[in-house]
Write a protein that binds this ligand. Structure first.
Ligand code: CP
Length: 305
C-alpha cells in the first residue's frame, strides 16, 4: 500500500506501519555511518505557520542526512506572502514548483488536508490547528513504544493532560487502536477530555477505553504513560488545576518496573525533572527516534514519486 500525502494517522495500516518501522531501523544504521547521498537530487520545503523545535529541526536534519537540501520558512505567518493575503492553496502550488516534498505546520485545523488537495508534491502534516492531528509525532511515538515494549499488541496506555487539544494524543490514539487488545485510558479534567471523534473511531473498531478525570489506581497497571503538554494561558483562563495529573517521583515509584513515560515535548511542569534520570523516562529517546522515523518517511514518500 502506498500513500502520497501524510495528513492523518488513520491513513496508516498495520502492514504499512511495520514497513515504515523496518525502514526506520535501517535509518538508525545509516545515521551511525554518517548519512547517505542517495536523495541528493531532492529538495524539501518546510513551511511552518506555528513555532516548532523538534519537528522542524528533525525533518531538516533528516533531509540533510539523506543527502537532500532544504528550503525553509520558520515563521510563515510573518515571512510568507500570507502577510499580503495569499491563500494557503496558492502558496502550496507555488512551493511545489521549487520543492519535491512539503512539510507543513498550519495554524488552522484541516490546513494540511487543504494543502494536500492542491499540491503537486507530497505534503506532510507537521501539526494542524489546536485540536487537529500531528501524525508524524504519533508515528515516532508508536515506533518508540515498539522499541521499548517489544510489541504493539495487548498494551495498556494512559494518555494524560489537556487531551481535547492534544494533537499528538489524538493521532496516537488512532494508531494504537489498530493493534490487538489495546486498552486506552484517557485521563483529563472533564473540560479537557478527548473529543468524541476519537471515541467514535475506537467504538467502531472495538477498541477498549476508559475516560476518567483521575489517574488514581490506573498508572500502576499500564505499560505506557503518555503525558501531554499543558497550555498555561488556557489554564489561567479556565482556572483548572492540572497538578494532580503531573508525573513526579511518587507517581513513578507506583509504576511497573518495565513501564515507560513518554511526552511529545516541550514540557512545562507536567513531568518533574527528577523523573529524567529514571530509565523508564523515554521522552528523550522519543525525540531521537523522530529523526530516524522522519528520514524513513521522507524516503518512503520520495521513492513513490
Ligand atoms: N513535539 C513537537 O511537535 O514539538 P515541536 O512543537 O517543538 O515541533
Amino acid at each position: 500500500m502506498k500513500i502520497r500525502h501524510v495528513v492523518e494517522s488513520q491513513q496508516f495500516t498495520v502492514p504499512l506501519l511495520l514497513q515504515l518501522f523496518e525502514r526506520t531501523r535501517m535509518m538508525e544504521h545509516i545515521v551511525r555511518r554518517g548519512g547517505t547521498r542517495d536523495y541528493e537530487r531532492y529538495i524539501m520545503g518546510t513551511l511552518f505557520y506555528r513555532p516548532s523545535t523538534r519537528t522542524r529541526f528533525s525533518f531538516e536534519s533528516a533531509m540533510y542526512r539523506l543527502g537532500g537540501r532544504v528550503l525553509s520558512t520558520e515563521q510563515a505567518r510573518e515571512f510568507s506572502s500570507e502577510v499580503e493575503g495569499e491563500q494557503l492553496e496558492d502558496t502550496i502550488r507555488i512551493i511545489g514548483h521549487y520543492c519535491d516534498v512539503i512539510v507543513l505546520r498550519h495554524h488552522e485545523e484541516g490546513g494540511a488536508k487543504r494543502a494536500a488537495a492542491f499540491s503537486t508534491v507530497p505534503v506532510i502534516n507537521a501539526g494542524d490547528g489546536e485540536g487537529g492531528q500531528h501524525p508524524t509525532q504519533a508515528l515516532l511515538d508508536l515506533y518508540t513504544i515498539y522499541n521499548e515494549c517489544k510489541t504493539l499488541d495487548g498494551l495498556s496506555v494512559a494518555l494524560i493532560g489537556a487531551l481535547d487539544q492534544g494533537r499528538t494524543a489524538r493521532s496516537l490514539a488512532y494508531l494504537l487502536g489498530k493493534f490487538d487488545r489495546t486498552k486506552l485510558y484517557f485521563i483529563a479534567p472533564d473540560e479537557m477530555q478527548i473529543k468524541p471523534d476519537i471515541l467514535e473511531y475506537l467504538d467502531k473498531h472495538n477498541v477498549s477505553y476508559e475516560c476518567t478525570s483521575t489517574a488514581d489506581g490506573i498508572l500502576p497497571h499500564v505499560d505506557v504513560v503518555y503525558q501531554t503538554r499543558i497550555n498555561r494561558e488556557r489554564l489561567q483562563k479556565r482556572d483548572i488545576d492540572l497538578t494532580p495529573y503531573n508525573i513526579d517521583g511518587t507517581v513513578l515509584a507506583s509504576m511497573k518496573p518495565d513501564a515507560i513515560v513518554m511526552h511529545p515535548l516541550p514540557r512545562s511542569v507536567e513531568i518533574d525533572h527528577a523523573v529524567d534520570a529514571d530509565p523508564r523516562a523515554a521522552y528523550f529517546r522519543q525525540t531521537q527516534n523522530g529523526l530516524y522515523l522522519r528520514m524513513a518517511l521522507l524516503t518512503m514518500l520520495l521513492d513513490n514519486e
